[in-house]
Design a binder for this molecule. Structure first.
Ligand SMILES: O=C(O)CCC(=O)C(=O)O
Ligand SMILES: [Fe+2]
Length: 219
């Protein structure tokens, strides 16, 4: 990734953007998740720059243990972060890779425009609608309490489904390329989320979840 150059400064492309904050869908029982959905957070040009950079990422299909059996995850992933901001996932220790150029600009844009202070990001690539992610909350102990998690999407539109833990109420967000979904404090405690299979989808989707974690937590 070092030396990967772009002619355009990601940070200079903020003017002329049409960002649109969408009213969060509310379930019929009036329960709504603590999230903010900003459609078109990234301009088409920014999406293109990021997509070109993603093509250089060392995406891995890691093997994890589920109920005592080894499985390859149904997607590929990479983890970037500040020094010491490593990722722990199902007994795996994944050392943070240094921030690539465009990704670090996206991190800065989240901070300046939405006060989202992150020091790490998980990149997931779903090759097509067969790739997915099961129900979970991002409630790892190393995530700083009261921090927001910001999710940015590129590529195919996929349904991101959230489920209220006590009532099992579900709300669906069809996240499209360039959208930002901010998961506010309380979201991981009271809700789970998943990216279900969508067999009609034939195009890849990339998702970035920016997190603020405690550095050197496992050392
Ligand atoms: O791909 C998505 O939208 C969800 C990703 C996710 O939940 C995660 O990385 O923890
Ligand atoms: Fe998640």
């Amino acid at each position: 990734m070092a030396g990967f150059q772009h002619g355009l400064d990601f940070g200079e492309l903020q003017n002329g953007l049409t960002q649109d904050t969408v009213v969060v869908p509310t379930a019929t029982n009036q329960i709504s998740p603590p999230v903010t959905w900003i459609k078109g957070f990234l301009s088409p040009k920014q999406q293109q720059l990021l997509m070109m950079e993603v093509e250089q990422y060392p995406l891995d299909r890691v093997e994890i243990e589920v109920y005592g059996k080894q499985h390859f995850i149904p997607r590929t992933q990479a983890w970037f972060g500040d020094q010491g901001c490593d990722y722990h996932y199902s007994k795996l220790h994944i050392t943070a890779l240094a921030w690539p150029k465009v990704l670090s600009r996206l991190r800065a844009k989240l901070l300046s425009e939405h006060q989202i202070d992150s020091n790490s990001v998980l990149v997931n690539r779903y090759a097509d609608g067969r790739d997915c992610m099961g129900w979970h909350s991002d409630d790892e102990p190393e995530i700083i309490t009261g921090s927001a998690i910001a999710s940015v999407t590129l590529g195919a539109c996929r349904d991101f489904v959230v489920r209220h833990k006590p009532t099992q109420t579900k709300v669906t967000f069809p996240l499209a390329s360039g959208d930002l979904l901010i998961m506010h404090p309380g979201m991981q405690q009271h809700w789970q989320h998943a990216l279900p299979k969508r067999l009609k989808v034939t195009e890849p989707r990339i998702n970035f979840t920016f997190r603020h974690i405690i550095a050197n937590y496992y050392r």
